[in-house]
Design a protein around this ligand. Sequence first.
Ligand SMILES: [Fe+2]
Length: 266
Amino acid sequence: MSGKAKAGKSKYVSRQPDENGCIAYSPAENEVWRDLITRQIPMLPDRACKPWIDALDEMNFPINRIPQLKDVSAVLMDHTGWSVAGVSALIPFTEFFQLLANKHFPVATFIRTREDFDYIQEPDVFHEVFGHTPPLTDHRFAAFVEAYGKAGLAADPKDHAMLARLFWFTVEFGLVNTDEGIRAYGSGIMSSPGELVYAVESDKPERKPFDPVDVLRTPYRIDILQPVYFVIDSFDQLFELAQSDLLGYIKEARKLGMHEPMYEVT
Ligand SMILES: [Fe+2]
């Protein structure tokens, strides 16, 4: 999951790189990465969409150690001119939007402990790098994330929380229609074996056709399996969204009002 762009407290602290831009992870930390990635990769066929799986091949992540950010950036730079930027676990909206608008994807650099192996609320380096970076090699997806950052910078701060829903239901928890059936592309799904099976195969969640105004009207909770997902037709739809008036959609959503939450409000 990701609590990105939300202020809050975490027991985790992001790791600082040395003067060569490298982070010296311990053998135990590298083993957590190894065990997470070797559990997740076999889950992907028939659940992740093909562009995402192809993009994972392009990333060519090491299995036995946590990738270094400069190596991740080098691949992204080659494809779409993006890079990753190490940040603390949770960053303010303005910093988040600023980074995206400049084609830098913020990445928390700590990795979860064994205790949190199956579930962590904060975004760790496995979620950030494995979950988020592969589709940033696709120019359509990358254009959407950049446009999203620019819209965030232009938006009234009172609209930031609403704009966060657009990121949540696409970049974090997006599904896509394919000839073979529904597939996933969102990072929160890709970095969680449980949610990957649930999002694609379970008959419990509602899966709605993607509509930007509908998305902006839909509240979410970060700490549960999602009760609703939005399904795009392909990354082309995100590319079209990147050219559209995102702030206009916010105005329309405000006018129509919010949907009732589909979960228990705590
Ligand atoms: Fe995330």
